[in-house]
Design a protein around this ligand. Sequence first.
Ligand code: DGT
Ligand code: CA
Ligand code: CA
Ligand code: ZN
Length: 574
Amino acid sequence: MYNSQIAEMLSEIADMLSLDEKDRKFEVRAYRKAALTISGLQEDVAEIYKKGGIDAIMELPGIGKGIAASVKEYIETGRMSKFDDLKKKYPLDFKSLTSIQGMGAKKAFKLYKYLKIKDVDDLKRAVSKHRIRDLGGFGEKSEEDISKGIAIMEASMGRMALGAALPEAEDIVRKLNESGLVGRSAIAGSTRRMKETVGDLDILVTSSKSEKVMDFISKMEEVEDVVLSGPTKITVRLRIGLNCDIRVVEQDSFGAALQYFTGNKDHNVKVRQIAIRLGYKLNEYGLFNKNGRNVAGKDEESIYKKLGMEIMDPEMREDRGEVELSLQHKIPKVVQLGDMVGDLHVHTNHSDGSATILEMANAAREIGRKYIGISDHSKSEYVAHGMDDKQFEKHLSEIDKANEKLEGIRLLKSAEIDILKDGSLDLSKKTISLMDYTLASIHTNLNMGREEMTKRVILAMESGYVSIFAHPTDRIINVRKPIDIDLDKVFQAAEDNGVILEIDGYPDRLDLNDENIMRARHYKVKFSIDTDSHSPAHLSLMRYGVSTAKRGWLTPDRVVNTLGVDRLVRLFRR
Ligand code: DGT
Ligand code: CA
Ligand code: CA
Ligand code: ZN
């Protein structure tokens, strides 16, 4: 079906025409009307054209000769010159920008003109750096509105949380491997970059039996529907409510395809420019020299190498300065899953976890952790069966007993203490002094104003009884917005009071997120990457936290639970 694509292009043409200095009201209206007509057609406009030619298109309500010719051109060539010409003048992604609440074509263009914002990613970056509030006609309120609008749009665009998307992608890849039809296989796209939400899945395979692969995919139980299918590419709708692009590529192109389809787009654009500068051509098929020979296409490393670049983890490929550093071979050595020695945020059935202290400890040891901190909830979390001071005393002595029974793993005594409305902690200092360290977090009164919320958290930090500030913004991906808090002030207070910031790796949270980590990195603070486990299986979610840390460019020396237990305990005592 071409209808939705064509309708979108026509309405984007209308957007662009409306920006013209000359008054083109009538033309704008004509394109809008045509877009509406085509998007509402039951029959594919390409079919209508095939049966009745351009005359049949002109018979559709509101479509004149000029627009009909554009539609014909698109059906025949896949391009629309009117659209392409206007795009040269207005090279921005109107389609997604204008789907943000309150963002019309004019506003979008203004942001482009003054801040070079071309797409939603640029816009998000500008919002997070507070660059919009100073722009004439925008202000702080409208920056906040844009930020809210982006969140709403992303949720409604059905971007799926990584925690649901990645396991699905891994299942599909596993089944493809087991089919015996494919050679190499890989997950690409935002999923490989471990972005917190994913628009669609991208999977690459090599195979000499492309047709059979397509057939196999279309019959997978995960697949609801085939959206598009060609000789080497298939797009399917998955039952979990996500699209998935699967491409069959040549052996010699696998690395080039992986590099290309991992993205992100801005990263790719820069890498391709470097290739051009060096006299190469880089695309999804390979890296080609002047004679058209593919000199590096098999694997990603060789492509970056040939371009004089240092390869970086996919998580870092967001055009946040990594391309420039990579040319100087100065990519930070970011934290890896293998660096993680312990996990400092673990719940047991003493509050809302599902397993005993010993069960959690054994499961953690099995996946190679040397220590875990048992951090059950305090009493005001009554829905989570939080414990009061007296119950905690008993609980802590049970951790001691468990420690005596355990070998190869050490339990640390902790608690996830609620920061109450007034900034005080939900456990007595006496109880806290029995612990190795504490986590403090906010679970109630989430709607407080910014100033009050900031004060609340800073007060808690200044108490001297908070080791780690857990899931600092309290957002739940696609469900709950972050609390309104001045993070810069909080990060400063963390620095001043020696409080560690958590990167909660539970995939619904990923909190701090990548951008906030980037920001926090500039303070003298340490981080703790935890799983917030409530069952033994959750302990393996560490990889989400680590990838989030990578996306924030965090090096292992900044992460406290890469330390051995003795050094860590000494750090907590300070
Ligand atoms: P998503 O699906 O919205 O979560 O994000 P991605 O990054 O997975 O984006 P997607 O699925 O549209 O495309 C996968 C990758 O393909 C993307 O990260 C970079 C590459 N790519 C897509 N379109 C373009 C393009 O127009 N130019 C370049 N250079 N690369 C592109
Ligand atoms: Ca994708
Ligand atoms: Ca895709
Ligand atoms: Zn927790």
